[in-house]
Write a protein that binds this ligand. Structure first.
Ligand SMILES: Cc1cc2nc3c(=O)[nH]c(=O)nc-3n(C[C@H](O)[C@H](O)[C@H](O)COP(=O)(O)OP(=O)(O)OC[C@H]3O[C@@H](n4cnc5c(N)ncnc54)[C@H](O)[C@@H]3O)c2cc1C
Length: 490
């Protein structure tokens, strides 16, 4: 057997089923830098850097096992053709990918090429995402079963052909200049981050995940490593379960750990739950989940508002601080992501189809399945979720009343705290002149947004469609809720 292991978002050696299958015979590992994917609106240089860092760590480790990691630039089929001319492989192994439409269409083309070329392509599941799936009944139990399957150890040796490859790029030539405030890629780092999260950082996770003051340390920070596959979901799940068992056995039991590990475990499942939505309906990248929402915002896109939101110049301190922090660090916690999107979609009435790809570029952990499903949920276009319209002023009072985080990213607000920081206009003469006035009025904008969405959601036809959406995508754990319910959120 002569096989190629096509690496995509799975840049690791451990728990890598395609690699261990290929290691049974002669194999070559291949990573392709694809110009079409890199030119897409959702790809960023920061993603490329993280990938480079991961490849620079992986290549010498593959070499130490006796194998070869070839890095090529070009569209995948062209690279496979050229590779086949140099070395006639008969198998292609990879992980299943639930990516954007470009990667989906690319995979279909690769499937057709393999058939034409008599190459057998086998794909292995990477997360707790199932192909194909008719509905969500029994999904959570299947997810748990998959997460409990044994971890595939890293191969102990690899055997690669010594042929010369016309396209190979040396891993040492990949630029990897680290940015001091951004996470670096690599399998070793991913495991270190998991170790320290389970050892000490995660203790207060449940209570500290929502504030940007504490979240940078208290959250696991595993998302970018998961998105580019430096570590498997199964490994994180099993290590977390083992840690919970250890805590349960301790006497006296430490007070916070179990709650935090339970909250974290729930989110690991959400990771796959959200990716499953895009897997089942690829059009979620460009179409409203609930079609009654079509026409809601498309024709009213205001470029000036978009620019102010992107620049962190909306006049709402928490929105601006989060956006500025995100652009610099390429990470922000869940609550603040939800608030940023809620502000864009409800206050500024911007269509998510323009804001989502732009924000995808800012997230180092960009994972299309989570991203588009969450974006639609926070924009009110799923029709099955409670409308959550965040008040950015309330978020200041709840999450950063002293301005610890906000002052760092909006130094012009350094003199304000508490209610004045939440609403700088209320500071009267003390209001910093360098900071913009609020771009919209919170009460008027959100009242209008809620009323326009609820008008569409409450028609009989919309309610019927909500039931269909719920059957296809809804979590069975929450199916008792009435679709169409609305609730304002702080
Ligand atoms: C609009 C929007 C877009 C988002 N886009 C992405 C994205 O592109 N990639 C991404 O990984 N996450 C995304 N999230 C979810 C969440 O914000 C991040 O997973 C989390 O902030 C990552 O930090 P962490 O690894 O420290 O997470 P932790 O809180 O430590 O959670 C551990 C893991 O659980 C998963 N997870 C956590 N929260 C969620 C959630 N709400 N939904 C689904 N999975 C979750 C992630 O894989 C995460 O790494 C998005 C959320 C919103 C509101």
């Amino acid at each position: 057997m002569r096989s190629v292991v096509w690496l995509k978002r799975d840049l690791r050696l451990h728990d890598h089923a395609p690699l261990s299958r290929a290691a049974e015979g002669e194999c070559l590992l291949l990573y392709v830098i694809e110009p079409a994917l890199r030119a897409a609106a959702d790809f960023d240089d920061a993603h490329a850097l993280f990938i480079n860092q991961s490849l620079r760590e992986l290549a010498p480790r593959v070499q130490a096992l006796g194998g070869r990691l070839a890095i090529a630039q070009g569209e995948v089929i062209e690279v496979l053709e050229r590779l086949r001319a140099a070395w006639s492989f008969d198998h292609l192994y990879s992980h299943e990918e639930t990516g954007n439409d470009l990667s989906y269409q690319r995979d279909r083309a690769v499937g057709a090429w393999c058939q034409r070329s008599q190459v057998q392509w086998e794909e292995f599941p990477q997360h707790g995402v199932f192909r194909p799936l008719r509905d969500r009944d029994g999904w959570a139990a299947r997810w748990r079963k998959r997460m409990n399957q044994p971890i595939t150890p890293a191969p102990q040796a690899l055997r690669s052909p010594a042929v010369s490859l016309p396209f190979a790029i040396s891993h040492e030539a990949l630029s990897e200049a680290p940015h001091p405030l951004r996470q670096r890629g690599g399998e070793n780092l991913a495991r270190e981050i998991l170790d320290e999260f389970l050892d000490h950082r995660g203790e207060q996770y449940a209570t500290q995940m929502s504030s940007p003051v504490t979240a940078y340390d208290a959250c696991s920070r595993l998302s970018a490593h998961l998105a580019w596959g430096n570590i498997s979901m199964r490994e994180i799940f099993q290590r977390s379960e083992a840690r919970a068992a250890e805590i349960r056995a301790q006497k006296p039991r430490p007070p916070y750990w179990l709650k935090s590990l339970a909250a974290h475990g729930k989110r690991l499942r959400w990771h796959c739950h959200f990716i499953q939505k895009l897997e089942d309906q690829p059009s979620l990248e460009w179409e409203n989940m609930h079609r009654a929402m079509d026409g809601l915002r498309e024709d009213e896109f205001d470029e000036d508002r978009f620019e102010a939101w992107k620049a962190g110049q909306t006049g709402y301190p928490m929105v601006d601080a989060c956006m500025r922090a995100l652009r610099e660090t390429k990470w922000i916690n869940f609550r603040m992501r939800a608030m940023l999107v809620s502000f864009a979609s409800y206050h500024l009435w911007l269509d998510w189809r323009r804001t989502a790809p732009w924000l995808a570029k800012q997230f180092l952990d960009y994972e299309p399945g989570i991203h588009y499903s969450q974006f639609q949920m926070q924009s009110g276009t799923t029709g099955i979720n409670t409308l959550r319209i965040y008040s950015p002023a309330k978020q200041v009072l709840d999450q950063d009343p002293e301005g610890t985080f906000i002052h760092r990213w909006c130094p012009e607000l350094a003199g304000l705290r508490g209610k004045q920081l939440a609403n700088p206009e209320s500071a009267g003469d003390q209001r910093p002149k360098a900071y913009p006035l609020p771009i919209v009025d919170h009460v008027t904008a959100t009242r209008e947004a809620r009323s326009r969405i609820m008008q569409l959601r409450t028609t009989q036809q919309a309610r019927a469609e909500s039931q269909a959406v719920l059957k296809k995508h809804g979590s069975r754990k929450r199916s008792g809720r009435k679709p169409g319910a609305a609730r304002a959120r702080g």
